[in-house]
Ligand binder design. Structure first.
Ligand code: FES
Ligand code: FE
Length: 416
């Protein structure tokens, strides 16, 4: 018997504040397509880094749903982002991955474009053919402290400027635009992208699942419930909270922006940043919390300035004195999500001399694999007919409630 599908708007109405989303939002193909349209086409998304293309002629293809864009550096050393669609009959110009080119030459009929996207050669099109009307289509993009954000729609949300204004200053000392990608991984999580983001926005799961990360990571930013903790855990939580408040006060006094800034409620562009403290040796997210690279990033002169954390609705990043970890997600289907992680060091840092690759990468390699397992478990569970939306902890999962509320609001804003 043909079952009538519940309208997306009715499902949005049914979301209960403080609870996870109805299962359909994690499972249905039509909702996935709506998500891709709203959150990965009409919103700004982080797709890469200036230092992914460090030299003129470097190019990298980034696929987001059916859209493919080329991030490249032109002959004037400027970043360009263009659609990977030939203006003749639409052929893809470049294949997935990174390459080095002097011109963009379409493999089909050899239309040839400058690295700026300008069409310079189109054989057999006649003397009256106006090449200038057939340049590659540019993509709206912004470099924010060396992070490349794009918006694939014609009307990018203007409030990205608040993200830019906040982060330009905070990221300047790390000089990520001129850094080096020391290592990159791609993990396909067997789960819906919103489960990937929900998983990232809480550390409720950390103590039981991330032994490597917990050496350096302290979960305190969202508060705790003294009444539900043992005496020992409460003492530790209070100690962490006091340490966080003390260091934040000192860092701010020294001019290192550290306090929370976020754009979530009533914002189109979703972000949160704050400088987190690092446990133990206090330097970096490594197996012993000491720096992995002897050459610090950019103009950093200290290893003890914590972890400038930034997340958005498709990314989360950690900037420490010696290295940064950049994580970007791209949904592939309702039940698969790619997590692309990049480990960034000073451009002159040499592997085996200034840093050990194992020490640099092992914590987040392990954490990313553990998170993929958790997301797969969550996804499998929410597809079970027995699943019903569950309550978020108001102490450790407030950011998930904020995300789900923002998700519903943005769907509505966009006509669903
Ligand atoms: Fe590119 Fe024909 S489709 S040259
Ligand atoms: Fe995790």
């Amino acid at each position: 018997m043909l079952q009538t599908r519940t309208e997306i708007s009715t499902l949005l109405d049914s979301r209960r504040a403080g609870y996870s989303l109805p299962a359909e939002f994690y499972a249905r193909q039509d909702i996935f397509e709506a998500d891709m349209d709203v959150f990965f086409r009409r919103h700004w998304i982080c797709v890469g880094l200036e230092c992914d293309v460090p030299e003129p002629g470097d190019a990298q293809v980034i696929d987001v749903g059916q859209t493919s864009v080329i991030l490249l550096r032109d002959d004037d050393n400027e970043i360009q982002v263009v659609h990977n669609v030939c203006r003749h009959r639409g052929s893809r110009l470049l294949d997935a991955g990174s390459t080095v080119i002097s011109k963009l030459v379409c493999p089909y009929h050899q239309w040839t474009y400058e690295l700026t996207g300008e069409l310079i050669h189109a054989p057999h099109m006649g003397s009256d053919f106006d090449r200038s009307c057939h340049n590659l289509k540019p993509v709206h993009f912004k470099s924010i402290g060396g992070l490349i954000y794009v918006c694939l729609s014609d009307n990018p949300p203007a409030d990205v400027q608040r993200l830019a204004d906040t982060m330009e200053e905070r990221l300047a000392p790390y000089d990520i635009g001129n850094a080096k990608v020391a290592y990159q991984s791609e993990v396909i999580e067997r789960g819906n992208w919103k489960l990937t983001i929900e998983n990232n926005r809480e550390c409720y799961h950390c103590s039981a699942n991330h032994p490597e990360l917990c050496v350096s990571f302290i979960d305190l930013d969202f508060g705790f419930d003294p009444a539900s903790l043992s005496e020992e855990d409460r003492a530790e939580a209070e100690e962490h909270q006091a340490l966080y408040e003390e260091r934040t006060r000192i860092w701010e006094e020294e001019g290192h922006k550290s306090a929370v800034v976020e754009g979530v409620v009533n914002c189109t562009t979703n972000f949160r940043t704050q400088r987190l403290i690092i446990a133990g040796a206090g330097e970096s997210q490594t197996p012993d919390a000491t720096a992995a690279s002897n050459k610090l990033l950019g103009s950093m002169t200290r290893k003890d300035l914590g972890d400038t954390h930034l997340w958005g609705h498709n990314c989360w990043h950690h900037f420490m004195g010696d290295h940064a970890v950049i994580s970007i997600i791209i949904p592939l289907s309702p039940d698969t999500t790619m997590v692309r992680t990049k480990w960034i060091v000073h451009k002159d840092a040499v592997e085996g001399v200034d840093y050990d690759i194992e020490k640099l990468t092992s914590v987040w390699v392990a954490t990313t694999e553990q998170d993929a397992e958790l997301v797969a478990r969550a996804h499998s569970g929410v597809l079970d007919p027995a699943y019903e939306p569950g309550p978020y902890s108001r102490f450790t999962e407030q950011q998930l409630d904020n995300f789900a509320t923002w998700y519903v609001d943005q769907m509505r804003e966009n006509g669903y």
